[in-house]
Design a protein around this ligand. Structure first.
Ligand code: EPU
Length: 418
């Protein structure tokens, strides 16, 4: 397994271009299954999860091409297998996003039920119940969700939890259903708006995205479109923390500062100087960071996908802090690895209590999920000596060219072969 070797101590300086959002491109790729035209996507990040989704769509019979600038073109008119096998779903839970589009456009879908996950049990019951409310006949057999529907019907769906991919699956299913669908307590993440923007270009009738009530009026068919994916707010925020933790000075370009207001506020509270100019963010830190308290919650609150990175930051900031994880039940696997690097952290239920230490020491550590990997890399950048992060296939799922980008900014990081 490949590893990353980081020798800490360099302040990051320079300019970094932010890539397209993983959590936008995955539902948008799935949405290409809703029409027979050509969907052309720009700002697609080169990520393992994108490669997995492209393989999944190709296996189903879609025709895909990618140019050297990662412009992806998809034509799903030849799709004739409505199947997402366990082998794919187990490497990428977001494969569940093909369920709604397949069922709505082709009337059937067989999608492996995702299993447990390093960050919690992560059930998909709300995806299934929502589709059932739209008239789908769904059973779970041999670990597979087997769904059929001659024609989905619009429905009023009230989600007990504002699930992100659940909301996306239901929006996509509703675009081709007969009549109106109202999703109450919908997720409000920017990636939901991005998906809705792309679907509207295909001809879908959707309003209310970005609020907790989304209304979709079903249409007979959708057509192809050309669309550029939203910049990645979690990659943006991770680079901001990288600048802060190393007391550096970075300019982030091609991003969307409005999607990370809460992160910018937290970093300012921690002592960072931040200025925003349209799609650019500049950050400079030259004094000791102050620890900040955090509670994760759905958008627009603090994202769970930045919790691990802020624990790394708090671990070397001055003062005590409390980080409460409210979205996932088991998302603290990075903590014991940070403790091995000298961090002083106790876990009590869903709360991490962090006492800032003067510095971290390099150590061999193990990544357990995507954002945990980011947290360990951040810790490695500031630790004294060498940190070797194992199982970095997790990082390749969601951060484009991470070591190339960090190297360009002055980090001492290299990939060790298997
Ligand atoms: N939940 C249920 N039942 C369901 C669906 C969700 O109980 O049917 C619960 C989950 O167990 C969790 C909560 O609802 O406690 C929220 O989960 P959600 O469904 O919103 O998460 P998701 O859609 O599976 C997406 C992102 C995650 C991100 C979460 C929360 C994608 C592809 N994934 O997951 O991203 O952490 O929303 O914002 O969009 C990551 O990028 O590293 C990542 C894990």
């Amino acid at each position: 397994m490949e590893k990353l070797l980081i020798t800490g101590g360099q302040s990051l300086r320079g300019e970094v271009r932010i890539s397209g959002a993983k959590n936008s491109v995955l539902p948008i790729l799935a949405a290409s299954l809703l029409n027979d035209g050509e969907v052309i996507l720009g700002n697609v990040p080169h990520l393992q999860d994108v490669t997995t989704t492209i393989s999944l769509l190709t296996e189903m019979g879609a025709i895909l091409s990618i140019d050297e600038k990662m412009k992806v073109s998809i034509n799903a008119s030849s799709v004739n297998k409505f199947y997402a096998p366990y082998e794919m779903v187990k490497t990428m839970r977001a494969s569940i996003l093909v369920l709604g589009p397949l069922l709505s456009h082709f009337g059937e879908a067989k999608v492996s039920l995702p299993g447990g996950c390093a960050i919690g049990s992560r059930p998909v019951n709300l995806h299934i119940e929502g589709l059932k409310a739209m008239g789908a006949n769904i059973k779970v057999d041999n670990g597979y969700i087997i769904a059929k529907a001659k024609k989905l019907k619009g429905a009023k769906i009230s989600l007990p939890i504002a699930t992100v991919t659940g909301t996306e699956n239901l929006i996509m299913a509703a675009t081709l259903a007969s009549g109106q669908t109202i999703i109450k307590n919908a997720a409000k993440e920017p990636e939901i708006i991005d998906l809705a923007n792309c679907l509207r270009l295909m001809g879908a009738k959707i309003r209310g995205d970005g609020t907790s009530e989304i209304i979709i009026d079903g249409v007979k068919s959708l057509s192809g479109c050309s669309y550029d994916v939203l910049p990645d707010r979690i990659e943006t925020a991770t680079f901001l923390v990288a600048a802060a933790i190393t007391k550096g000075e970075l300019t982030l370009t091609h991003t969307r500062p409005d999607t990370i207001k809460v992160i910018i506020d937290k970093l300012k509270n921690a002592g960072a100087n931040i200025s925003i100019n349209e799609d650019k963010i500049q950050i400079k830190v030259n004094s000791q960071l102050k620890a900040v308290n955090i509670t994760t919650n759905p958008y627009p609150d603090f994202p769970t996908d930045m919790q691990a990175q802020f624990i790394a930051l708090n671990s070397i900031a001055s003062g005590k802090s409390k980080v409460i994880e409210s979205v996932f039940e088991n998302r603290f696997m990075h903590v014991q690895e940070l403790v091995r690097m000298g961090a002083d952290i106790d876990i009590n239920g869903n709360t991490a209590l962090i006492r800032g230490v003067k510095g971290l020491r390099g150590a061999p550590v193990m990544a357990t999920d995507l954002r945990a990997s980011a947290s360990l890399i951040l810790a490695g950048l500031v630790a004294k000596g060498e940190t070797v992060v194992d199982r970095i296939y997790h990082i390749d799922r969601g951060y484009e060219c991470i070591e190339e980008k960090l190297t360009k900014l002055g980090a001492n990081i290299k990939r060790l072969p298997q």
